[in-house]
Design a binder for this molecule. Structure first.
Ligand code: UD1
Length: 423
């Protein structure tokens, strides 16, 4: 069997203007939400990553008719003939986001059966908040073999207090509540921009949703929802990844569509490093001119609007070459520092203390054979490879392809030497 890898070579400063794709973290929940409707939906600005292709398969396996046009970035999804509410292990094990069909299927059919997501449900990255909230809404949840079945004669509204503002739990509960008569309230809800994009879609369907500071969402259930047409928001995390690619190589980049207004903390850290940033009108568009003497900065990942955990790994790659000592504290996920070991192979000076990494800036990184342990780490290693002396080969490419649609092509267009190869 041939091994796929990304070959990355030391590149000149990346320069140019790039357009963004639709947001990875918005498209999966929005695709799941279409199960709340019966009819023809249309999504535009769809990022065709492997996760989206898998989500298409999932929806088709339930009976949805899907027309995908990858070149136009559009998806037409007809949900008139949903005949199954069961998702098997082949799909569940590959993509955790498939758990997001639970809320919509429960709301529309009162039943859903999902294979347990990879690993132990109540272990690392559990779904206990989702299940507790469904149980409070009158859903009976049972584990049967490798399946979890959830059923309800009639769901009722409730007050869900999340102990942590989980993105997935907030989305799943909202989707269950929009067709549940009465008022459901979510306190300590997640307010990531992708959650707001989902709220916009649900409102277009006819859902009644109100938000209250500091973090409450109130949903007044309705009896039916209409099919929708929606343009997926631009990906702030792809924007951050590309800005860092320009920053690490000492280049210049313009992202006209970047949702700068929802990237404040991250952008402030780039400025603190010494990079020059300028912004477009009304919170959209960012341009970066890299400093040639980046300074160390420290940050802690937090729920929105804090520093996004999804940009922690790519930012760390840039900090490996910044002068001074940076502290990076990963507070959202307990196991999201696996790129440290790989960056160390490239000559990075990083010490780990629990969930905190201390990075001592070095003058140079060196090409190495590295393995991408997750989606965002794959981006971090590619960025490091663009400035490392010599060649870097990165395996574990399925992570890159799951989460990014066309990142390598965009880097190439900016002058980056990174290509997907087989041996
Ligand atoms: C989503 C994003 C992911 C991002 C994350 C945080 C998608 C497809 N993925 O993931 O890229 O990094 O938000 O912004 O949108 N938790 C529990 N019990 C639960 C649910 C979550 O303990 O039932 C914990 C998790 O283990 C984690 C934290 O809450 O420590 C945050 O997780 P959550 O916000 O739910 O992340 P996801 O929705 O899975």
């Amino acid at each position: 069997m041939s091994t796929e890898y990304v070959l990355i070579e030391q590149s000149s400063p990346l320069k140019g203007t790039v357009s963004l794709t639709g947001a990875k973290n918005a498209v999966s929940p929005i695709m799941a939400s279409l199960l709340l409707t019966s009819g023809k939906n249309k999504l535009t600005n769809v990022p065709f990553s492997d996760d989206v292709r898998l989500m298409i398969k999932l929806l088709e396996s339930l009976g949805a008719e899907v027309k995908a046009d990858e070149s136009l970035h559009t998806l037409e999804i007809d949900t008139s003939h949903i005949k199954s509410q069961s998702i098997g292990p082949d799909i569940m094990k590959k993509m955790r986001a498939s758990i997001l069909v639970m809320g919509p299927l429960l709301a529309r059919f009162g039943f859903v059966e999902v294979a347990l997501p990879g690993g132990c449900v109540l272990g690392a990255r559990p779904i206990d908040y989702h299940l507790k909230a469904f149980a409070k809404m009158g859903v009976k949840i049972e584990a049967k073999g490798e399946y979890l079945t959830a059923s309800a004669q009639k769901m009722h509204p409730t007050h869900c207090v999340l102990e942590y503002p989980s993105v997935g739990a907030t989305e799943n509960i909202m989707m269950a509540a929009v067709l549940t008569p009465g008022t459901t309230r979510i306190t300590n809800a997640a307010f990531e921009p992708e959650v707001l994009d989902l709220i916009e879609v649900l409102k277009k369907m006819g859902a009644h949703i109100a938000t209250f500071p500091p973090a409450t969402i109130e949903i007044e259930g309705v009896t039916t929802l209409q099919p929708v047409e929606h343009h997926i928001m631009y990906d702030r995390l792809e924007a951050g990844s590309l800005l860092l690619a320009a920053a690490i190589t000492g280049g210049e980049i313009h992202l006209p569509e970047a949702p700068a207004a929802s990237m404040d903390v991250f952008l402030a850290k780039l400025e603190e490093m010494g990079h020059q940033l300028s912004y477009g009108d009304k919170g959209t568009g960012v341009a970066l001119k890299a400093t040639d003497s980046p300074k160390a900065v420290s940050f802690r990942t937090m729920p929105y609007p804090g520093f996004p955990t999804d940009l922690q790994a790519p930012m760390m790659a840039a900090l490996c070459l910044a002068s001074g000592k940076s502290f990076v504290d990963e507070t959202v996920f307990e196991n999201r520092l696996m790129h440290v070991r790989e960056l160390q192979k490239m000559g990075a000076q990083i010490e780990m203390h629990g969930h905190t990494a201390t990075i001592m800036g070095v003058d140079k990184l060196f090409g190495a054979a590295v393995i991408a342990p997750d989606i965002r780490a794959s981006c971090a290693l590619i960025l490091a490879g663009l400035v490392a002396e010599g060649q870097t080969t990165m395996t574990g490419t399925h992570h890159l392809k799951r989460g990014y649609a066309g990142l390598l092509e965009k880097l190439q267009a900016l002058g980056g030497k990174a290509q997907l190869l087989h041996e």
